[in-house]
Write a protein that binds this ligand. Structure first.
Ligand SMILES: Nc1nc2c(c(=O)[nH]1)N[C@H]1C(S)=C(S)[C@@H](COP(=O)(O)OP(=O)(O)OC[C@H]3O[C@@H](n4cnc5c(=O)[nH]c(N)nc54)[C@H](O)[C@@H]3O)O[C@H]1N2
Ligand SMILES: Nc1nc2c(c(=O)[nH]1)N[C@H]1C(S)=C(S)[C@@H](COP(=O)(O)OP(=O)(O)OC[C@H]3O[C@@H](n4cnc5c(=O)[nH]c(N)nc54)[C@H](O)[C@@H]3O)O[C@H]1N2
Ligand code: SF4
Ligand SMILES: [Mo]
Length: 886
């Protein structure tokens, strides 16, 4: 068969961030899959970022969970489901419904989520179902409920392009919502008068592209936005007509804001007065203002107040629900919004109904015809794991999330799971830090195999369509849930045979006794036929009486629900915390990894951007602690310690450090930041302050350092510090030890995974200088090279990785300067064309490239998905200063 002949072309949606880009997946006859942006999808119009573009690289079955397991032994689905249903039933019989829980995820499809929520709240009869959205969107949800009386986002992506001023608060959009960022930057290029302000303690790549960057002190946001409200009032910029017609609570909010006067703001925000004045005057003068906010706002002990301080400004100026205006919370996960629609959080009911409201409970119960209905909020994620540790929760089913890595105080999470009598984990992957605590493992279908719907940040419902068969025994999450419901005795209420049946029921519930009272109404889809569901085009809710996009809330900024008022909230900003010892720990994301790396860690392309877990430190803090650039750092907090690579940069505020959330025990010996992150939670949303831990740092003094490239990943790495990353033909490994000197040959053998065979084995051992190098060639091809040295190993990482699997002589790997005499491309900037920072610098120096476009023309970098354009721009801007400094 002709390998290029395609067998299928499927329109689906990217499974990563909440932008919700449309994808066309083409499956060729030879099994190869090609991923491209869907030019007709209104979220991306054909664009994709580095992660979306590399999806095909993450689909191979390495480490897929393919069969159900009980206590580590393979079993049939029947046996596993019987065990889950039996143990849940027995636990409920003995200890009551509040003794069991589900912990689910914004990576569920709406249909999975609907079934999980219905089973727990309507049939088991407790609201002990929470989701990783608690760590992500909970403060926005709480803020929206307070302001809008419902969890609604009143704007659309096109408002970003219609705005004259876009303010990003606690959002690294260039890396975390790259396609939205590209849309804004493209518009800014077209209309240079359009302005971008970024409010973030770090000078991120996003901040580098802004007209004004406000490097705010942690949690200074509520004071800043209160100050802005006061300023807008004093300068006559309020929309009194809007306030009178559509809002309540203005006076109290303004009087709370009076405390934030301009003179005091530099102290409460850590910003220069001149910068604050510039921001305030732009915000006063610009009617078309959109404020985008994300985890720098939500993940805070005052996150809900930050959300309302931002919304207050929009309400006071009438800047919402109108073209180019609005507060805009961007969602993280692909279906964070869908999860909120079905009521997946422990304090929600379903279809935007309230658990505290007796009439709403009756509405949901009678629609479900359920025996019971949860009548009080369940445990929120952090409390839920505390309750497991305390023995109050005796059975938990974790689905599509990895809490051992993503919750703070991860040592406590692990202890809780170890002590929990019954832990069920549904995942795609066999080995995760959470799965190792499971009694029952259930194999779930993954992105390319799943079918259903997701809702993105702008309330747009899109279809995810399967284009690959499910491997092994993998099954859909909704199927496993409904099978358990059947076995618990509720077959009739869970008689679903397809996602379309579930979707219709969900849509019908949204319209049930709604009568225009709830904005979340998609009842137009309650009777969608199977074919129409299959062919469904992306569409924004509310979908009450027609299938047309609801671009923004009601006419002229009126709320979605007629007769409802929008509410101001009086916000009292927190006092600036006393500066304690140690550093404030800020955590978040990098461009090319997704969460706990179960998918992006499979891609060599995406693993090249940052190959090791790191801590970004201000030069003064690094110097103060005796830490040098690229050295290793011991980071301690909460009685635990992890080891990370130092990235010394003045992009950090002094006193602040940043660690990515991505590295787990699967990829590094001590990269899991949750181990040193202890933090408080927001009192309204229960969302943990993941941007606000406290740590101490000290140099990790290595007695020896190692580096290896290996075709196969070793089972064990006996080093105090190690980190592994995929390369095109295998793995690269960084190692260091703080004590003892291993027997180098035996150590190398253990890494190669094969006993030494003289023929293929080359060694270079220099006891005097402590240099030990080994290469192993099998069937003429390099299967590994290992380097040990008393100082950091001087071998070009990219050169060594490129030799793997090639026909090379072992001696060529060990001799000379280990590729250091070859040009080193440096850390990858452009993932699509594998172009590194050093190549970009060289192009600038040698070919006179002065712009992103010049670099594109010269190297191709930035001309495919464009995710790296801002980084290229930052490098171009940095280079002359660096050159001067060197
Ligand atoms: N590449 C990539 N993209 C992703 C994801 C991923 O894992 N990788 N995950 C997705 C998900 S689930 C989410 S939730 C989103 C998150 O997207 P973002 O919220 O943009 O990402 P973060 O890196 O978590 O945090 C954003 C910024 O908040 C800043 N910040 C910290 N404290 C404060 C503060 O007190 N005030 C202000 N104003 N800013 C502060 C941090 O310095 C950081 O740059 O990304 C989504 N997209
Ligand atoms: N320190 C720190 N911690 C954080 C954050 C931070 O900024 N800093 N951010 C928080 C935020 S915003 C978020 S959203 C969370 C994310 O944290 P998690 O949800 O824990 O991270 P993921 O790696 O996305 O975990 C998803 C798991 O589900 C599996 N999976 C993927 N798709 C499916 C599916 O369809 N079905 C099933 N059954 N399994 C599936 C994956 O293999 C993976 O193991 O992390 C939070 N934790
Ligand atoms: S911006 Fe990137 S990660 Fe987000 S949905 Fe689009 S392609 Fe996927
Ligand atoms: Mo998230």
């Amino acid at each position: 068969m002709d390998g290029t002949q395609f067998t299928s072309r499927t329109r689906t949606t990217c499974p990563y961030c909440g932008v919700g880009c449309g994808i066309i997946a083409t499956r060729h006859g030879d099994g190869l899959v090609n991923i491209e942006g869907d030019p007709n999808h209104p979220a991306n119009y054909g664009r994709l970022c580095s992660k979306g573009s590399a999806l095909a690289e993450t689909m191979f079955l390495d480490d897929r969970l393919l069969h159900p397991e009980i206590d580590g032994a393979r079993v049939s689905w029947d046996t596993a489901l019987d065990r889950v249903a039996g143990t849940f039933t027995e636990t409920i019989r003995k200890y009551g419904p509040d003794s069991v829980a589900f912990y689910v995820s914004g990576q569920f499809l709406t249909e999975d989520y609907y079934v999980a929520n219905k089973l727990m709240k309507g049939f088991i009869g407790t609201a002990n179902i929470d989701t990783n959205s608690r760590l992500c969107m909970a403060s926005s949800v709480a803020g929206h409920n307070r302001a809008f009386g419902e969890d609604v986002v009143p704007a659309s992506y096109e408002d970003l392009e219609l705005a004259d001023l876009v303010v990003l608060v606690g959002s690294n959009l260039a890396w975390c919502h790259p396609v939205l960022f590209q849309r804004i930057m493209a518009e800014k290029e077209r209309r240079p008068g359009m302005r971008l302000v970024v409010i973030d303690p770090r000078r991120t790549v996003t901040a580098g592209a802004a007209d004004l960057h406000l490097p705010i002190a942690p949690d200074g946001d509520a004071a800043l936005f209160n100050g802005l409200l006061r300023h807008l009032d004093e300068t006559g910029n309020l929309d009194r007509d809007y306030i009178a017609a559509h809002t309540a609570g203005f006076d109290a909010a303004l009087s709370a804001a009076q405390a934030s006067d301009l003179a005091g703001l530099p102290a409460s925000t850590g910003l220069d007065r001149a910068d604050i004045e510039t921001f305030f005057s732009w915000a006063g003068d610009t009617q078309k203002l959109v404020t985008i906010y994300s985890q720098g706002v939500n993940q805070s002990s005052c996150g809900t107040d930050k959300v309302n301080a931002i919304i207050n400004v929009h309400l006071a100026t009438g800047r919402l629900g109108r073209p180019g205006m609005g507060p805009f919370s961007v969602t993280g996960q692909p279906n964070a919004m869908g999860g909120r629609e079905v009521g997946g959080l422990a304090n929600q009911l379903a279809a935007h109904m309230r658990i505290e409201d007796a009439a709403d409970r009756e509405t949901v119960q009678s629609f479900w015809k359920s025996p019971v209905i949860a009548d009080k909020p369940g445990l929120k994620a952090v409390d839920l794991f505390d309750a497991i540790a305390a023995g109050r929760i005796k059975a938990i089913w974790i689905m599509a999330t990895n809490p051992v890595d993503s919750l703070p105080r991860s040592w406590a999470v692990e202890d809780a799971l170890k002590n929990c009598p019954f832990v069920v984990v549904s995942d795609n992957v066999r080995h995760t830090d959470t799965a190792r605590h499971a009694h029952v493992l259930l194999p779930a279908t993954a992105w390319s195999e799943k079918d259903g719907t997701v809702t993105n940040s702008e309330r747009r419902i899109s279809r995810q369509r399967s284009f690959m068969p499910a491997p092994g025994d993998a099954r859909h999450d909704w199927w496993a849930l409904k099978e358990v419901a059947h076995r618990m005795g509720w077959g009739e209420a869970f008689d679903f045979t397809s996602p379309s049946e579930i979707y219709r029921e969900h849509a019908a519930l949204s319209g049930f006794r709604n009568d225009g009272k709830r904005a979340f109404d998609i009842s137009w889809h309650a009777r969608i036929g199977d074919i129409a569901y299959e062919q469904m085009k992306p569409v924004q809710w509310p979908l009450r009486d027609k299938a047309a996009d609801a671009i923004r809330s009601g006419q002229d900024g009126a709320p979605f629900v007629a007769g409802r008022l929008n509410h101001f909230v009086a916000v009292a900003p927190p006092g600036r915390p006393a500066t304690g010892t140690g550093l404030v720990l800020n955590t978040g994301r990098i461009r090319d990894h997704w969460h706990t790396m179960t998918r992006t860690g499979k891609s060599a392309t995406l693993s090249a951007h940052y190959a090791e877990p790191f801590i970004a430190l201000h030069p003064a803090d690094a110097a103060g602690a005796g830490i040098t650039e690229a050295g290793l750092v011991r980071v301690s907090g909460g009685g635990e310690e992890i080891v990370l690579r130092a990235l010394v940069t003045d992009r950090q505020r002094p006193g602040n450090c940043f660690v990515p959330m991505h590295w787990t025990d699967q990829y590094a010996s001590g990269g899991r930041v949750g181990r040193v992150l202890d933090c408080s939670v927001d009192p309204f949303s229960g969302q943990p302050a993941l941007k606000n831990g406290h740590v101490a740092v000290a140099p990790f003094k290595g007695a020896w350092y190692g580096f290896a490239v290996l075709a196969a990943r070793p089972e064990r790495i006996d080093a105090g510090y190690w980190a592994v990353a995929r390369t095109a033909a295998g793995w690269r490994i960084e190692m260091a030890g703080d004590a003892g000197t291993p027997d180098w040959q035996t150590f190398a053998e253990s890494l190669f995974g094969e006993p030494r065979k003289e023929a293929g084995w080359t060694a270079y051992e220099d006891h005097a200088s402590g240099q030990f190098r080994y290469a192993y060639v099998s069937a003429g091809r390099l299967i590994g090279a290992v380097y040990f040295s008393p100082s950091p190993v001087g071998v070009s990482r990219s050169w060594a990785a490129a030799q793997l699997g090639q026909e090379v002589l072992g001696t060529s790997m060990l001799a000379g300067r280990g590729g250091l005499d070859q040009p080193d491309p440096g850390p990858t900037v452009c993932a699509c064309f594998s172009i590194g920072a050093n190549q970009i610098r060289a192009a600038q120096k040698e070919h006179g490239c002065r712009s992103v476009e010049d670099i594109g023309a010269c190297l191709g970098a930035g001309t495919n998905c464009g995710s790296c354009k801002s980084e290229i721009r930052a490098l171009i801007e940095e280079w002359p200063t660096r050159e001067a400094a060197e």
